[in-house]
Design a binder for this molecule. Structure first.
Ligand code: CLF
Ligand code: SF4
Length: 297
C-alpha cells in the first residue's frame, strides 16, 4: 500500500507504526501521560482511567511533568532503538492541557530531535491549536470522530466544556462536531497527516460510521481507524452507557470492509494506554517508571 503514496508522504509514514501497517513490525512508539484534564465528557469514559480517545482504559497512568516526560523519552530512546514516535494521547485530552502538552513537545524536540511527534485529540480545542501544532513540528494528528450527526452525538457526549461553561446534549455535540470538522480541514490545509479514530458503539453509531468515513476521506484524512468500544464493567466503561455492549469482532470487520472501499483503513490498532511504551501490542511502560529511570544510565 505504501508504494502508491507520493514520495514525501511515504517518507513521513515510513517509520510511524500507526500510520503505516508496514512500519509497525519494525518501529516502536511511546506515549507520555502529561495531559490529565479533558474538555468534554464521553459516555464511554471513566476519568479514573486513560482516555478512550486513543487508549485502552486499563491501569491509571503515572502522570508526568513535562521535564519528567522528556527524561523518560530519552531513557526509552536509549533502550529501545526501534523507537521512532512519541505521542501525547492522554490520560485526558492533550489540547485541553496546552501548556503541559507543548512544553513537553518542546523539551522532547530539544533532547531527542530525531523522534517524530504525534498527538491524539477529541478535537474540541483543535482549530485554534493548528498553528501551534505546526510551529512545534507535530506531523501526525489523530482526531477521534464518532459522529457527524448531533442527535447521535448527544447519545455519546453528555456535555462539552465550551467558553467557560458546560454545554449539554445536542447543542454540546453540535459544537464538538463543528470543531472536529474545522480542525480536520485546517490540518489538511497545512499538510498535516491526519488519522481519524472512531469508536464503534453498537446501536449508537454503527449505522453511521460509513458516512463518517466518507466525509473525513473527502476532507483529506489520511487514514481511518475504526476501534471497538471496550465495554468491560471492571474498567468503568459502562460509566454512562449502562448495559452497552462492545461490538463483536465480526461486526468490526464488516464495518472495516465496508469503509475500506473509500479510504485507507487501519486494522492493526492495539488501543494503547496513555503511557504505552514499545512495539504496538507490547507494553513496556513498567520498565520505564520514574523510579526506574532515575537509576538508569
Ligand atoms: Fe500514539 Fe496514536 Fe500517535 Fe500511534 S497510538 S498517538 S497515532 S503514536 Fe496507534 Fe495505539 Fe492505535 Fe493509537 S495503535 S491506540 S492508533
Ligand atoms: Fe474521556 Fe477521552 Fe472522552 Fe475526554 S475525550 S471524556 S478523556 S474518553
Amino acid at each position: 500500500a505504501l508504494d502508491r503514496l507520493p514520495a514525501a508522504t511515504r517518507e513521513r509514514v515510513r517509520n510511524h507504526p500507526c500510520f503505516s501497517e508496514d512500519a509497525h513490525q519494525h518501529y516502536a512508539r511511546m506515549h507520555v501521560a502529561v495531559a490529565p484534564a479533558c474538555n468534554i465528557q464521553c459516555h464511554y469514559c471513566n476519568r479514573k482511567y486513560d482516555c478512550a480517545n486513543e487508549s485502552r482504559p486499563g491501569v491509571v497512568s503515572e502522570l508526568l511533568e513535562p521535564q519528567q516526560a522528556a527524561d523518560k523519552v530519552a531513557a526509552v530512546a536509549a533502550h529501545i532503538p526501534q523507537l521512532s514516535v512519541v505521542g501525547i494521547a492522554g490520560p485526558g485530552d492533550p489540547l485541553a492541557n496546552p501548556e503541559r502538552t507543548f512544553a513537553t513537545f518542546r523539551l522532547i524536540a530539544e533532547r531527542t530531535p530525531d523522534l517524530r511527534l504525534c498527538v491524539s485529540t477529541n478535537g474540541l480545542a483543535l482549530p485554534e491549536a493548528v498553528d501551534t501544532l505546526c510551529r512545534y513540528n507535530i506531523e501526525h494528528v489523530t482526531i477521534t470522530i464518532n459522529c457527524l450527526d448531533p442527535d447521535i452525538g448527544a447519545e455519546i457526549y453528555p456535555w462539552v466544556f465550551w467558553n467557560n461553561r458546560r454545554v449539554r446534549g445536542r447543542k454540546g455535540a453540535e459544537i464538538l462536531i463543528e470543531q472536529q470538522q474545522l480542525g480536520l480541514e485546517r490540518l489538511v490545509e497545512r499538510g498535516m497527516l491526519v488519522k481519524v479514530n472512531s469508536v464503534l458503539i453498537p446501536g449508537v453509531n454503527d449505522q453511521h460510521l460509513t458516512e463518517v468515513s466518507r466525509a473525513v476521506k473527502a476532507k483529506g484524512a489520511f487514514l481511518h481507524n475504526l476501534m471497538p468500544l471496550i465495554a468491560e464493567p471492571e474498567h468503568g466503561t459502562f460509566y454512562g452507557l449502562m448495559g452497552q455492549r462492545a461490538p463483536r469482532a465480526s461486526e468490526l470487520r464488516a464495518l472495516q470492509t465496508e469503509c475500506a472501499g473509500d479510504m485507507a483503513i487501519m486494522r492493526h490498532c492495539k488501543q494503547c494506554r496513555a503511557d504505552a511504551v514499545g512495539m504496538l501490542g507490547e507494553d513496556r511502560s513498567a520498565e520505564f517508571t520514574l523510579e526506574r529511570i532515575a537509576t538508569m544510565e
